[in-house]
Ligand binder design. Structure first.
Ligand SMILES: Cc1cc2nc3c(=O)[nH]c(=O)nc-3n(C[C@H](O)[C@H](O)[C@H](O)COP(=O)(O)O)c2cc1C
Length: 365
């Protein structure tokens, strides 16, 4: 049986697959365009794009000025990334992922819409004001990320009451298996409310009974193969969002050493660490992560570079580490001192594939 198409707002993807946004410069124009060209939805992560761009010099300016330069560099680098993605995929569906927790959130969202993004996916906090920032672009689809029916209700009630609209789709991310930041406290990670087979039917029931609506739900976290996709669809999801599996593709924008590190990962390397954002994260063990787990400050001389987050334990109380610099080091191929986020299935990939081959494997019957 062929997989169904996925309609989100006015956009119809040939396959019900969204490639998850992965900061910092892991899912850029190259990966997003390749997925869009292969019939899925490609997502550029808007996080930290300015850091390695021509628009920013980390050694220039006093802290306040550096912060402002960084925000502007992020915006300009996002425009470049969207332009490149559109050149590579003139007709594909391309969106951005932006974390509510990031400073410059509103500017990044507005910039993306002005430069042709088809959808905005937003989590790591509740995107309560997203409809306000996007009001001038009614064809752009708005997709919050939630982990449970509780956060779904908060977002839907607020959007309906204040803006008279609802999400065009909702990503339901399972913190028990997803890569990156997780939408649950560490002690609640294995709570049943987050399990896909509980959360998805509960959200469908809420939307149907309380709002008399059907909104496409996108299951995220631990989706590896076609059987996982079919399981998610059987639960009532309309599509899936996949992150980790797209890292080991030729087109993924990250350094090849990062991809190789993923290829070599074993199940016991996958750990939960705390992040300065105040959320737990799933990552691969390496010397940096071992220091974080041992609670010894990994780089005692490091300072907050650009004040990138609204809430940051590292900036405010010197707890944990600078996540921007840790993710950036990994993305540049430093597997000793960088932070490598990964979902619970990391290490299952056997080789680096072209995105088209991976999409064929995920979709062909
Ligand atoms: C390396 C990495 C970076 C990520 N960065 C982000 C991000 O910046 N924003 C976000 O909302 N989700 C982020 N995620 C989550 C993914 O978008 C996706 O929802 C998740 O990885 C799905 O689980 P999977 O990896 O098991 O497929 C990241 C995931 C990984 C593995």
């Amino acid at each position: 049986m062929t997989l169904p198409t996925l309609q989100i707002g006015q956009h119809i993807a040939y396959y019900p697959i969204i490639q998850g946004g992965m900061g910092i410069r892991i899912s850029g124009a190259n990966l997003a365009a390749a997925v869009a060209n292969a019939g899925g939805i490609g997502i550029i992560s808007a996080m930290g794009l300015g850091l390695r761009s021509q628009y920013f010099d980390p050694h220039q300016g006093r802290p306040k000025q550096r912060h402002e330069n960084f925000l502007e560099a992020n915006r300009l680098a996002l425009i470049d990334e969207l332009k490149t993605a559109r050149e590579l995929s003139p007709h594909g569906i391309i969106g951005i992922n932006v974390m509510v927790a990031a400073r410059g959130y509103e500017a990044l969202v507005k910039t993306a819409l002005q430069h042709g993004a088809n959808l905005v996916i937003s989590g790591a906090g509740l995107p309560l004001k997203l409809p306000e920032y996007t009001a001038d672009f009614p064809t752009v689809a708005l997709v919050p990320i939630v982990s449970s029916v509780r956060t779904t209700k908060i977002i839907c009630q607020k959007w309906q009451r204040q803006y008279g609209r609802l999400p065009d789709a909702i990503v339901v991310e399972n913190p028990m298996s997803a890569g990156g930041h997780l939408g649950a406290k560490v002690q609640d990670l294995d709570s049943v409310q987050f399990k896909a087979d509980q959360a998805i039917p509960e959200i469908i029931t809420y939307l149907r009974d309380d709002l008399q609506e059907t909104i496409p739900l996108i299951a995220a976290g631990g989706i590896w193969d076609q059987a996982d996709i079919r399981k998610a669809l059987a639960l009532g999801a309309s599509g899936v969002q996949i992150g980790t599996r797209f890292i080991t593709t030729e087109e993924c924008d990250v350094d090849h050493r990062y991809k190789d590190f993923h290829l070599q990962a074993k199940p016991e390397d996958i750990v939960i660490i705390s992040s300065p954002v105040g959320l737990p994260g799933r990552a691969l063990k390496n010397p940096f992560v071992e220091q974080v787990l041992a609670k010894s400050m990994p780089r005692p001389h490091e300072r907050c570079l650009v004040n990138c987050l609204k809430v940051c334990k590292f900036r405010d109380s010197r707890e944990t580490y600078c996540i921007l610099q840790a993710l950036d080091r990994a993305a540049q191929g430093d597997m000793e001192t960088g932070l490598v986020f990964a979902g619970s299935h990391a290490g299952r990939a056997e080789k680096i594939l072209p995105v088209a081959d991976l999409m064929a494997e995920l979709t062909m019957s």
